[in-house]
Design a protein around this ligand. Structure first.
Ligand code: GAR
Length: 211
């Protein structure tokens, strides 16, 4: 059973979906720790409720990004994770952190990457008048929101959508489904990062998988 560390900064709905998928066997793994850079992240309570170890490390207590990441690496390594899952973790990572977990670190992003990296993706989709929106799970590399894509799913933007309705539909209809799926593949050893390419069950992916 794979040892999974989850990094959060907030509500933890993706974390909750991962907790449930581990509990019901969809993911052959268990969450060994949940680390938050914010003490008030609601996701911490979700972890504590089911007896998962939590770690809080405030970036404000460190004088540089490097010092913060060095401390995070040490905390995470003490739980010997096989997989590091970013679930709404809102800090930019240093190259040293990414190197420490290279090929073992996933992120979910609320857009159809490579479209709309960064923050406020729902606003960006509406402002651009785009017809399609969605979410993407990708390997984390040094490029911000730019690592190789694993799985992506989309929805059609409605004329009456606003930021709230889009965020809600992307979360419940897409994120909470594709992240447990990607982590399940990862836990079974079915996903591999080979340079800039993703191998799924040994085959190089030409593009992200669908759901
Ligand atoms: C999710 O929508 C996730 O995709 C996004 O933050 C939200 C976290 O919600 N992540 C990013 O924007 C990463 N830059 P959650 O804490 O309820 O899972």
């Amino acid at each position: 059973s794979a040892r999974i560390a989850v990094l959060i900064s907030g509500t933890g709905r993706n974390l909750q979906a991962l907790i449930e998928a581990c509990a019901d066997g969809r993911i052959d793994g268990h969450i060994v720790c949940v680390l938050s850079n914010r003490a008030d992240a609601a996701g911490l309570e979700r972890a504590q409720q089911v007896g998962i170890a939590t770690e809080v490390l405030s970036h404000r207590d460190y004088e540089s990004r490097e010092a913060f990441d060095t401390a995070m690496i040490a905390r995470l390594l003490s739980h010997t994770p096989d997989i590091v899952v970013m679930a709404g973790f809102m800090r930019i990572l240093t190259p040293a952190f990414i190197a420490a977990f290279a090929g073992r670190m996933l992120n979910i992003h609320p857009s159809l990457l490579p479209r709309h990296p960064g923050l406020r993706t729902h606003e960006a989709v509406l402002a651009a008048g785009e017809r399609k929106h969605g979410a993407t799970v990708h390997f984390v590399t040094e490029e911000l929101d730019g690592g190789p894509l694993i799985i992506q799913d989309e929805l059609i933007v409605r004329a009456d959508d606003d930021v709230m309705t889009l965020a809600q539909r992307v979360m419940s209809g897409i994120e909470l489904k594709i992240y447990p799926q990607a982590v399940a593949w990862m836990a079974r050893g079915e996903l591999e990062l080979a340079g800039r390419q993703v191998r799924f069950k040994g085959q190089i992916l030409a593009g992200p998988l669908g759901r």
